[in-house]
Design a binder for this molecule. Sequence first.
Ligand code: NAD
Length: 289
Amino acid sequence: MNKFDIHAQQQELPGSDEQLKPHAEFIHESYLGSHKLQGKVALITGGDSGIGRSVALHFAKEGATVAITCLDTEVELKDAEWVKAWIEGTGGNCKIYPVDLRSSEACKKLIQDVLFDFKKINILVNNAGTQFPNEDLATLSDEQWLDTFAINIHAIFYLTKAVLPQLSSGDTIINTASVNAYVGPKALVDYSATKGAIISFTRALSNQVVNRGIRVNAVAPGPVWTPLQPATWGQVDPQSMEKFGSDTPIERCGQPSELGPAYVFLASQDASFISGQTIHPNGGMMVGG
Ligand code: NAD
């Protein structure tokens, strides 16, 4: 087994994970929950696949009730059903909310729907996101710019604004940023700008609400083996997936299973003195901040 597929699971998975060869690992078999999120309700956007799926499985293992969103497509619904079945199979509770989060109305309705179903939200994980490589700003269309911002940062604003009034002391918000906020790859100008915005949004919002006992943090993953990568880089250069992540100091990409525990940490009481921060599961890449 080489460094690249060190944690990969080989069983067949439905939905977008079919694109991932080898398949990704979402939670270590040895992961033991210890009730860190017992009684909490967590809403995880993009919880159907990739990093969000790992967060959903880990949160459920820690006792949280999990609400996940996905896009209303056959593939993503299949992904989401897999997550729901896994969580229910371990005795947990999961509900799927198919929604396109690019409008304020959709985000408000999502929060209302989850509150109607579960009466509260304790943890909001703003994780849904996308990227469209483009190496020349002159050809980066206004539509792409607006679309990247709509899902990657505007949705975070809409969801956070809608959920904040009912959050109380001990509740948390966790935003998925990216190492690319710091690296700034030349083919991801719009994406990197949104991820930088997420980090600054996290800091400023923390300063605004931490005196209410609400902590706001971010996770800035390095390259992680998720459907987003073949769906974007695989289109540009299919060979590039062979060495995806090999330029990190750890010389491989991460598995989603290596991300979920970071979100558990930030969501739990273990991180009660941490707010406005970004943590960096990125294979050893040095970043400032
Ligand atoms: P993924 O493709 O598995 O997940 C992306 C999710 O975003 C999907 O579940 C999809 O439902 C959701 N989404 C996309 N557009 C949406 C829209 N318009 N409305 C609602 N939901 C939408 O990929 P992933 O890599 O797990 O990505 C999750 C997050 O992690 C993203 O914010 C991404 O930028 C970030 N990230 C990923 C990597 C990586 O290497 N995979 C690295 C750094 C940051």
